[in-house]
Ligand binder design. Sequence first.
Ligand SMILES: Cc1cc2nc3c(=O)[nH]c(=O)nc-3n(C[C@H](O)[C@H](O)[C@H](O)COP(=O)(O)OP(=O)(O)OC[C@H]3O[C@@H](n4cnc5c(N)ncnc54)[C@H](O)[C@@H]3O)c2cc1C
Length: 405
Amino acid sequence: MTSPGTLHVVGAGLAGLAAGVAAAKAGTRVVLHEAAGHAGGRCRSFLDERLGRVIDNGSHLVLGANRTALAYARATGGIEAMVAAPPAFPFIDLISGKSWTVSPKRLPAGIGEIFKALGLPWTGKAETVASRLGNTPSFTRLWLPMCEAIMNTAPDEASARMFAWTMRKALLGGSDALVPWTFPAGLSAALVAPALATLALFGAETHFRRRLKALRPDALVFDDAEVPLTSADRVILALPPWVVETLLPGSTPAAMPTRPIVNAHFRCAQPVELPHGSHFLGLVHASGHWLFARGDVLSVTVSAAGALVDLDNESIADRLWDEIRRALGMPPIAPPPYRIMKEKRATLAHDPATVVARPGPVTGRDGVFLAGDWIASPWPCTIEAAICSGLAAARLALARPGLTF
Ligand SMILES: Cc1cc2nc3c(=O)[nH]c(=O)nc-3n(C[C@H](O)[C@H](O)[C@H](O)COP(=O)(O)OP(=O)(O)OC[C@H]3O[C@@H](n4cnc5c(N)ncnc54)[C@H](O)[C@@H]3O)c2cc1C
């Protein structure tokens, strides 16, 4: 085994945090560098002054099938700020008014459809979710919302192979695979702050407001400092693809299209309970896809939000609030104070071409590795993909294939 010297992790999203935590716990000297003034990247909480509440950039859900993400949360103690609910996914159709609950024992689909969704007996590499499942009776009430939620890509362009893989993990992954884990105290309390505390505990250094501008063989050039590299040092770039491309030209595919997610957070006059005491509610025949309740804040997520992202915030709030109040049987009242969050590059577009174009973690530069949810993985761009990629990059950088959290 080579001596790794210092491991520099650039980017403190979940991929960078995961790489840093795994390496620091294994006894490696870790230095984490982040351009923003906070960690968490696309998965973070902040105090919204207007609402007077801590909100997330977007509501996130982790499933029991996301085993590496849960291992990371257990290793840092962040799991204490997560809640596992029974595997039941309530939905309401805003046109018919009908509601139903999807659970492992109550899948509203015939066995033939389920086999198709699982990719059986075989799925072509160019097939999309719509070409495979679009004509099935359960498309609108099951496969469409699942596809948008998991892949943040419309079914007529989403890779059927990738969708089938996630369905196999969720539906065939054992009794706990469909358990939804939520974040009642916010994403940062579970996935970010405990990781930073773990890093500090194991002697890692963390630098915020430090943007990497160039990567020389002998130094990392940040906007505020130049950090020399020795031949024993290793670097993990846990950065978005367009940033990596500026640092290592030619290392990412020419086209890595992305898709937006819009979140609207409304602060209601009092705490709101969703039907059946659930933390979330799926919306069908609506612009909003998933409604989350946290105390007096109702948040709605719009995945693959191409049609919505260019509207002004007031129009978005009006439209989404109207859907919320219809779903919850509220009278026609004006939206309460709200905050609209537009993540224009929330994830990659998971179309068949982009899915296979995702590069691996090894770069053409000795000792430099890539991490991030966009790195090649059977998982779509998710918390699980980000954390798996961070762990994989740390294993390579430290030449320790068995490294865990
Ligand atoms: C609204 C929304 C909802 C989502 N919902 C879910 C969900 O329900 N379930 C799920 O599993 N996933 C969900 N995701 C996806 C999940 O958030 C991401 O997959 C994950 O957070 C990606 O982490 P990352 O570390 O790969 O990237 P990022 O979080 O993008 O981290 C990259 C980091 O690099 C930093 N950086 C950039 N340039 C530089 C530079 N030059 N120098 C130093 N630092 C730099 C950035 O500031 C950032 O902190 C959602 C994403 C969004 C946006």
